[in-house]
Design a protein around this ligand. Structure first.
Ligand SMILES: Cc1cc2nc3c(=O)[nH]c(=O)nc-3n(C[C@H](O)[C@H](O)[C@H](O)COP(=O)(O)O)c2cc1C
Length: 200
């Protein structure tokens, strides 16, 4: 069975799923607009309900005037490492969508966050393929990001993403350096179930 990064699988999946992981040690390398757009391009090919494409990628590159604002959203723990990222992205979802039955009227989307999750996954895999790493974050000030990004109505902040070139773990605070390695997964048997659960 495939194995990479001290990770192994139960079935013959593509090796890219093992190779992608979420390092925190980042070098602060400069990322080009083209490299970033390539990652967003991969992300927009994710499937979404009614092809509603609710994802919006609001970003700052580290050399830009917007960088300090985006870093200021992060909690202290995430700031400790993500300040060395090359780009910070706020993934925003659009809450409403048009369906064939309701066009041109918009209706609430039940799956906007789910769709954005798929797009994030595509972005992370594309980044990995390009020699970058992408690390998702929930540890930040959602209210501040919502307010200062001037989000249009009917949009919601979902998560942040730090994108960078992997660096040596010695640049991390001690506690994070100790955790800087690819982690494992629950066995398939723990997360799959054929048919309904038994009634309790
Ligand atoms: C929605 C989401 C939020 C996360 N938030 C954080 C975070 O705030 N800080 C952090 O260091 N890691 C965060 N992570 C990274 C996860 O801990 C990591 O993806 C998980 O342990 C699996 O490890 P892997 O990505 O290396 O395979 C987050 C991941 C996701 C998908």
């Amino acid at each position: 069975m495939p194995s990479a990064n001290s990770r192994s699988t139960e079935h013959a999946i593509d090796i890219q799923f093992l190779e992608r992981w979420s390092p925190r040690a980042m070098t602060g390398a400069t990322i080009s607009e083209t490299e970033l757009m390539t990652m967003f391009d991969a992300a927009r090919w994710a499937p979404s309900s009614y092809n509603s494409q609710p994802w919006r990628f609001v970003y700052a590159r580290r050399d830009s005037a917007h960088w300090p604002l985006f870093v200021s959203y992060l909690n202290a723990n995430n700031q400790g490492w993500a300040k060395n990222a090359s780009a910070l992205v706020v993934l925003v979802s659009k809450l409403n969508m048009v369906t064939p039955a309701t066009a041109p009227k918009e209706v609430p989307s039940f799956t906007h966050a789910l769709d954005c999750g798929a797009a994030w996954g595509y972005l992370a895999l594309q980044a990995q393929k390009m020699g970058w790493c992408a690390h998702a974050m929930i540890g930040f000030d959602y209210a501040k990001a919502t307010e200062t990004l001037n989000l249009p109505a009917e949009h919601r902040v979902e998560m942040m993403i730090a994108i960078g070139k992997q660096g040596d773990k010695s640049i991390l605070p001690e506690a994070l350096a100790a955790r800087e390695s690819p982690n494992a997964r629950q066995p398939l048997a723990a997360i799959t179930h054929e048919g309904p659960f038994a009634k309790s």
